[in-house]
Design a protein around this ligand. Structure first.
Ligand code: BDR
Ligand code: CA
Length: 293
């Protein structure tokens, strides 16, 4: 399997995407935390905290601190600091001063990588503008983002747009309209209410990871009624692509963050349009919640 770089804006479902990778023994080469679900200082601390909880043997670097043009959008869907009311007992204090965008550039200069991005696309947009030739070494980018109206769920969660694209449409335009192989996992698949987690898992036996899973799931269900697994589903498309239906085509990103898609057999964008619910339960939900159920 290729070397993997993970881009996140942790974010409760970003944390669950990291948990899913761990369940499949996939450790990213490094993780880049950018602003999105919360300010960078929070998403960085959250990402480093979850990486520590998971015993991930990889660095976490700072990515972009705000969108290219727009101001930071305070949505607070994931709570003030991005992980609901969850607090780490022993929060990661040190700041890794290496810049994650430069680290991606250096890694891609050396060899081919797959990038998984469950955050807004700002850091990747800057990377493309830093040195466009870098794309030769991008095997593919897997992106949680977009809402195409291909299914009844893909109508947007920020007006007609999906949050990651809405947060930074200019960066999304750079990345999604670039000539690179991309797998896009949009709301059309991830916002399906049938797939959302609807019940709070029982309190844990005491492991810090089980405690984290319990408290953050509880927060999402109490605040929003269900917990939608957007980011883990995107990671799952990398782990088990055969569980998904895809169509190929080209994407256009509009200034309001809405996204359009034209089907083309040889298009470099592969858009997920469906997921096998059994595979989802077995390979994703049970892997994360199995030992808590
Ligand atoms: C996306 O937006 C964020 O709130 C989630 O972490 C996910 O990446 C879903 O629209
Ligand atoms: Ca996210």
């Amino acid at each position: 399997m290729n070397r993997v770089i993970l881009n996140v804006d942790t974010g409760i479902d970003d944390a669950f995407a990291m948990i899913l990778l761990k369940q499949y023994n996939i450790t990213p080469e490094f993780i880049v935390a950018s602003s999105g679900n919360s300010l960078l200082e929070n998403t960085y601390r959250n990402t480093a905290g979850v990486a520590k909880l998971l015993d991930f043997d990889c660095p976490v670097y700072h990515g972009s601190a705000r969108p290219l043009i727009k101001p930071h959008y305070y949505e607070n869907f994931h709570g003030d600091k991005g992980l609901g009311t969850y607090e780490f007992n022993d929060p990661v204090q040190e700041k890794d001063h290496h810049n994650g965008i430069i680290k991606m550039y250096e890694a891609l200069k050396r060899e081919k990588h797959t990038i998984i991005c469950t955050s807004p696309l700002t850091s990747l947009g800057i990377l493309m503008r830093l040195d466009n030739s870098i794309k030769e070494n991008i095997e593919q980018i897997i992106i949680m983002g977009g809402a195409f109206g291909i299914t009844p769920y893909g109508k947007g969660n920020m007006g007609n747009a999906e949050f990651n694209i809405f947060y930074d449409p200019e960066a999304a335009k750079i990345v999604m309209e670039e000539d690179i192989n991309e797998t896009i996992v949009p709301l059309d698949v991830t916002m399906n209410r049938e797939l959302a987690i609807k019940s709070i898992p029982p309190s844990s036996s005491g492991s810090p990871l089980e405690d984290f899973i319990h408290k953050t799931t509880k927060f999402m269900i109490e605040e929003h009624g269900t917990f939608e697994m957007h980011d883990p589903i995107a990671v799952f498309s990398f782990i088990e692509p055969d569980a998904f239906k895809f169509v190929n085509g080209e994407i256009t990103v509009k200034p309001d963050g809405s996204t359009e898609f034209i089907e083309k057999r040889d298009g470099k964008k592969r858009i997920a349009t469906g997921i096998n619910p059994q595979a989802y339960r077995k390979g994703l939900v049970n892997r994360i919640y199995g030992n808590l159920a």
